[in-house]
Design a protein around this ligand. Structure first.
Ligand code: ADP
Ligand code: MG
Length: 690
């Protein structure tokens, strides 16, 4: 193990208390400490004459101690006057200790750092500093200053800057020899970057002024490493063996003939791309992107059918129970005549039914399992998993994807190890640059066409003050035998609060609309209850469905062509687009009413985009422009991407170059790639063990 990966406890002065606090900052190793970057600097390299001090600015001052006294007010204040020949400064301390008082009384010279302000709330012309940091000086060393800027680090309670500075400096010294460059010189030269070692020194102890390039250099390296690790995960996976599926053309034809429509050109094209992959003896790793409603589920169904008819099991994983239920219903209908045994596996499947279901899966009596995260659980065993499909991939992390792959690993009779093919699907088109970050380990297929006869959703941005009108509109809508959604949102990502808001709204709407059959779904309802409401809505036994954002993904009821979204300003554009994708699925002219309660300028701009575009890609680009990659990735890729030194949007522009640089490194200095990956990702959750 490299010194950089040593635990922080190897440092002098890091006992259990400090260790605990460092943990809070997620600083575990020496490398973590080196990458704990300052948020700003203080300049203690120059002494500031007292008569040039500026109110509100922090400065370093040195003066002879003139007088130490205690002001006998309700809260005693210790006051120490210092004089540097240009003026007098009062240093004030509340809650002082007797020893502090003694210290100051015995002092001759003091050097202190703090923010200058006017005394007595501005009444006194003498400047003062409250609780400045100070050190005792003598006549000889009174004018000694720091050689470097003083870094100020993100901190936590009980861990002061001085201690943090000391241990980071110690770590730097200790690791000095390890701070070699794994990136080639010409890369550094091209961008004018300092070496790795110099960058760290310039960051933690800058001489003169702050060097922004040092920060950028680290971020750039980290992004490249991220790309390289995804890339090597892909290369690695491609070395495995996978079952070879023959195309089963007649079965597929028979299946497509049962559908009331024909597939779009784009659907047929991506089905072909997938079949080519699955016919190879290496694992497919394919991302299927397609806007909401573009018909990805059928592509999944065809792919599953082929795998099953080749004698393999298929696992379909989705992020919510609601979606799992819906898929289960669809696949059961679609596969009715194809002799396919389906298991529905979520956290709700309990007791005997669960035991039996799992057993059937393990012995190969199940062909297709559809479920949520529950599929990860240890008890879930497959006999012969040949294909995993992950729907709404943006809700899962890379690691969940890999975990599911590993689950499917199995031995053939000849003793070869086989990995399942993987198809991951997402309706959240992410801009190309970000796709590169997230899906560098996948091949991409895109459905760029919607089924015919879809009418674009008409979106209106309406003030909540016109709520009554909107409610009246629903009444009229339902009289025309159509159905509608009413979506309640809240800032808090709390299912409890969202649920409550939805309950209140459904009560209110039930009262206001006596002729309308109102249903309610929210995240905290039991799966069975949700299922009941959803099927009632689907069967048109309900006219209006009040819901939280749980219906964001996948729900499909073509007769529901009106959606009201409350507080749309609280959601990201892509999320709004996903929600809106629930309508506009049939022949009826569809509407989406964005019912805002307050609209700051920026939110207005965002909602205007919703009104103007129905294209998920355009919306995603705009979303990125307005909110920045950090936000966009943050909400989409929960917990997935965590960078140590990369800051969005500051470093976004760097993403553009990483693929080219990364690929070049693989060509020219392949021996350095594992070193880089080890340095940055070892012991972290993004570490892909290859
Ligand atoms: P998404 O890509 O958002 O997952 P779905 O697969 O849920 O979209 O498809 C949306 C709706 O469009 C479903 O009702 C599906 O049956 C229907 N659909 C899919 N493909 C076609 C097609 N080629 N023609 C007409 N309707 C289609
Ligand atoms: Mg879908």
């Amino acid at each position: 193990m490299s010194l950089l990966q040593q635990e922080v406890s190897v440092l002098a002065g890091v006992g259990p208390h400090t260790l605990h606090r460092l943990k809070k900052l997620e600083l575990y190793t020496l490398f973590d400490l080196l990458l704990h970057l300052p948020i700003r600097y203080e300049d203690r390299t120059r002494l500031c004459p007292i008569n040039t001090l500026e109110v509100g600015q922090s400065s370093l001052v040195c003066g002879r101690v003139e007088q130490v006294s205690v002001i006998p007010s309700a809260r005693k204040i210790l006051v120490c006057h210092i004089n540097d020949g240009t003026g007098v400064l009062a240093l004030k301390f509340l809650n002082f200790s007797p020893s502090q008082r003694k210290l100051l009384e015995n002092a001759t010279w003091l050097q202190c750092f703090g923010e200058a302000r006017l005394g007595y709330g501005g009444l006194d012309s003498t400047l003062e500093m409250m609780h400045p940091e100070f050190v005792l000086r003598t006549e000889h060393d009174a004018h000694k200053t720091e050689n470097t800027l003083t870094p100020i680090y993100p901190c936590t309670e009980g861990l002061n800057q001085r201690l943090l500075r000391r241990i980071i400096a110690q770590a730097l010294k200790m690791c000095d020899l390890q701070l070699v460059d794994y990136l080639p010189n010409n890369f550094l030269q091209k961008f004018n970057y300092p070496t790795f070692r110099d960058a760290l020194l310039q960051i933690h102890a800058p001489q003169g002024s702050e060097n922004k390039l040092a920060f950028t250099r680290l971020a750039h390296e980290e992004l490249i490493v991220h790309y390289l690790s995804m890339r090597s995960a892909k290369m690695h996976a491609k070395r495995f063996q996978s079952p070879v599926f023959t195309s089963k053309k007649t079965k597929v034809k028979a299946f497509l003939a049962t559908l009331p429509f024909s597939l779009t050109k784009a659907q047929l094209r991506v089905i072909d791309e997938i079949q080519v992959d699955c016919a190879k003896p290496e694992p497919m790793l394919r991302l299927l992107q397609g806007d909401v409603g573009s018909g990805k589920t059928l592509v999944a169904a065809v792919t599953a059918l082929v795998a099953i008819k080749n004698g393999y099991q298929v696992a379909l994983m989705v992020p919510t129970e609601l979606l799992a239920e819906q898929h289960c219903r669809n696949f059961t209908n679609w596969f009715l005549e194809f002799d396919i045994r389906i298991l529905f596996l979520t956290g709700q499947l309990k007791g005997k039914a669960r035991v039996e279901g799992l057993k059937a899966l393990a012995v190969g009596q199940i062909d297709l399992v559809i479920g949520t995260h529950a599929l990860f659980q240890e008890q879930v065993q497959f006999k012969k998993l040949g294909l995993t499909i992950i729907d709404e991939q943006h809700r899962f992390g890379v690691h969940q994807r890999l975990a599911l792959r590993d689950k499917g690993r199995h031995q053939t009779r000849k003793g070869d190890e086989l990995y399942p093919h993987q198809l991951v699907m997402t309706a959240t088109p992410i801009p190309r640059t970000l796709a590169m970050m997230n899906y560098a380990d996948l091949d991409v297929s895109i459905i760029d066409e919607l089924p015919p006869n879809r009418t674009p959703v008409i979106t209106r941005v309406i003030s909540a003050q016109r709520r009554e009108e909107v409610i009246a509109k629903i009444d009229e809508w339902v009289r025309r035998t159509y159905q509608a959604y009413w979506v309640c949102t809240l800032i808090e990502d709390s299912e409890v609060m969202q649920g409550e808001a939805a309950i209140a709204t459904s009560e209110l709407l039930t009262q206001a609309l006596p002729n309308v059959r109102v249903g309610l779904v929210h995240g905290r309802m039991k799966a069975a209850e949700k299922e009941k409401v959803m099927s009632a809505f689907k069967a048109h036994e309900l006219d209006l469905l009040v819901a939280t954002t749980v219906i964001e993904v996948g729900v499909d009821v073509p007769n529901a062509a009106l959606m009201v979204i409350e507080n749309p300003e609280r959601l990201g554009l892509s999320q709004l687009h996903q929600l809106r994708g629930r309508v506009g699925r049939g022949q009826i002219e569809s509407y989406c009413l964005l019912l805002y309660s307050s609209l700051p300028e920026m939110a207005k701009e965002r909602l205007t985009i919703m009104r103007e575009s129905n294209d998920g890609f355009v919306i995603a680009e705009k979303d990125l422009e307005i909110r920045g990659a950090g936000e966009v990735l943050g909400t989409r890729q929960k917990g997935q991407l965590r960078f140590k030194t990369v800051v969005f949007p500051r470093d976004e522009y760097l993403i553009e170059s990483i693929q080219e640089i990364g690929d070049k490194l693989v060509d020219r200095i392949p021996q350095n790639i594992p070193l880089l990956i080890n340095r940055w990702l070892m012991n972290t959750e993004s570490y892909v063990d290859v």
